[in-house]
Design a binder for this molecule. Structure first.
Ligand SMILES: [Zn+2]
Ligand SMILES: [Zn+2]
Length: 332
């Protein structure tokens, strides 16, 4: 099967004891740099959480290399075809946790976690009327796309969830809970936390929104809007059955789901902005930011133009290298 695009984004995680996290991180970073991968990988004593981009060949090699480690042999990769790298650099960091929860009572998801639902089971469960659907992501992620009927979490970071749950859901411990996140990782501890809190029936979407969108049967059904991602794409389409726009332009209120960062470097507020208003407001969240002397709108556009030129050259160069190899093979 040939790949539809020259590059790919990989998304993966696994909760598994890694006792040499620091050393693992250093070696992993060196390997990634040497092989041209870009992205972010977090390593902790509790596991690995990563997303990387590279050419089809680079990502194939990466998956092979990572799964050579017996601890990671069964890691599941979500694969997205893309036109070019979606990260600027490669970061590999050793951390305390692969998702920052800082729970008073830490959860080991290999011991305590909610039931995993496959995409089809999830779609069925979503349509029941006796369930509570929790979006396990942050409020700004919810705002450009979420499952129909899901509660909007009033949180800016994962750490704020325990308090939000205690304040809003304490009376519903007997209800069937359905929770989801981008790729499944955040729900692993979140669902464990809820079980510890006394919720009886806690369920999580296996592989998250991304896997759900790729499932041949459900094809992202009942997800409304786009899925926020933590790379240069900012969002990706999910629902192949009925794609609609959720969210509205910060300035004119028109239906819109593209996020931009305010061009005032001292503000940098991420806000939803339509293409027309981006030009009109020089990609700023307010008149004040628009007129700020260090507004980066024109500068950033120039950088973007140069980067696209670079992608074009890389592509040409890549093709040239391939052609050379072909000639070489023909000669020998
Ligand atoms: Zn607008
Ligand atoms: Zn601003």
């Amino acid at each position: 099967m040939s790949d539809p695009k020259p590059y790919r984004v990989l998304l993966f995680y696994k909760y598994v004891p890694i006792d040499n996290a620091e050393e693992f991180a250093a070696q992993h970073l060196a390997w990634c740099k040497e092989h041209g991968l870009r992205g972010r990988v977090l390593i902790a004593n509790e596991g690995i959480n990563g997303t990387v981009s590279g050419t089809v060949e680079q990502t194939e090699l990466y998956m092979k290399e990572l799964t050579r480690d017996p601890r990671l042999a069964d890691v599941e990769f979500k694969i997205d075809p893309v036109d070019h790298h979606v990260f600027r650099k490669m970061f590999v960091r050793a951390r305390k946790e692969i998702v920052t929860w800082r729970l008073e009572d830490d959860v080991d998801p290999s011991q305590v976690t909610g039931r995993h639902l496959k995409p089809q089971e999830w779609r069925e469960a979503l349509q029941r009327d006796d369930v509570i659907i929790i979006d396990g992501r942050n409020d700004y992620e919810y705002d450009i796309g979420h499952f129909k009927g899901a509660l909007r979490p009033e949180v800016k970071t994962t750490k704020e969830f325990p308090e939000w749950v205690r304040k809003n859901l304490s009376e519903h411990k007997d209800k069937k809970i359905l929770m989801y996140c981008t790729g499944g990782i955040r729900c692993e501890k979140f669902s464990g936390f809820m079980l510890q809190e006394g919720f009886e029936d806690v369920n999580q979407l296996e592989g998250g929104i991304i896997k759900y969108s790729k499932d041949q049967d459900v094809q992202g059904d009942l997800f409304e809007g786009k899925c926020y991602v933590f790379d240069e794409r900012i969002s990706v389409p999910i629902n192949q059955v009925d794609d609609k726009v959720i969210g509205e332009c910060h300035h004119c209120g028109k239906a819109e789901d593209r996020y931009v960062n305010c061009a005032n470097p001292f503000c940098h507020l991420q806000h939803i902005c339509c293409e027309e208003c981006e030009v009109k407001f020089r990609r700023s969240c307010s008149d004040e930011c628009r007129e700020h002397p260090e507004n980066r709108y024109e500068l950033d556009n120039e950088i973007l133009r140069q980067r696209e030129e670079q992608y074009r050259l890389e592509k040409e160069h890549g093709l040239k290298v391939l052609n050379n190899t072909d000639e070489h093979h023909q000669q020998t």
